[in-house]
Ligand binder design. Structure first.
Ligand SMILES: C[S@@+](CC[C@H](N)C(=O)[O-])C[C@H]1O[C@@H](n2cnc3c(N)ncnc32)[C@H](O)[C@@H]1O
Length: 183
């Protein structure tokens, strides 16, 4: 899968995007520890910092994280962390809620989802939002890189998460999952 090109990073900060619509998908509490996996320029991380106790803002591209750092030099409740494919540099069982926004289609190493399972608290919740493979010609990533909503649910099921809420917009699907008990 191709990674988002940092040259186009300003698209991620477009005024047309509404982070609140995504944040509302999970019930966030002020004591929550949240993972924003594939944070990019911090589209979701920045508003999260005003709502929750701490955010782990994680991305595989240092250039994206540098852009977030520029916006965040006085933020105290964020850990901005570079990861490698297949690894999430966060302690086991540390995370109450996680968001993966427009990143699922870029993840190459399925070990990333085992890592997601490892870092989530028991019953922790994960919200996945991504370009819908069932929609064509909407300007997002190429078809062969995308997943359908059903494909995303199947993949998360295989890694120990059960879906509890789904929906679609014109271009995207979302699905919210809860971490299953270990088998
Ligand atoms: C399209 S951007 C979306 C950024 C942000 N979530 C947003 O909605 O604005 C996808 C981001 O995911 C990152 N990414 C891709 N694969 C990743 C992985 N395995 N782990 C962490 N980040 C990843 C890319 O570097 C890129 O910054």
């Amino acid at each position: 899968m191709s990674k988002f090109d940092p040259k186009h990073a300003e698209i991620l900060d477009s005024k047309d995007r509404d982070a609140d619509d995504i944040l509302r998908l999970l019930e966030l509490g002020e004591e929550d520890i949240v993972l924003d996996l594939g944070t990019g320029t911090g589209f979701l991380t920045l508003p999260l910092l005003d709502i929750v106790r701490k955010v782990y803002a994680v991305d595989v591209q240092e250039e994206m994280l540098d852009r977030l750092r520029e916006k965040c030099d006085t933020c105290e409740n964020v850990d901005i962390l570079l990861n490698e494919e297949g690894h999430i540099p966060v302690p086991s069982g540390a995370v109450d809620k996680a968001f993966l926004v427009n990143v699922l289609h870029e993840i190459d190493d399925r070990g990333t989802f085992d890592e997601l399972y490892r870092v989530m608290k028991q019953e922790g919740e994960v919200c996945v939002v991504d370009w819908d493979k069932d929609v064509e010609g909407d300007g997002g990533p190429p078809d062969h890189e995308r997943l359908t909503l059903d494909g995303a649910i199947e993949m998360m099921n295989e890694h120990g998460f059960t879906v509890f809420k789904t929906g679609k917009t014109k271009t995207h699907f979302h699905a919210c999952f809860r971490k299953d008990a270990p088998v």
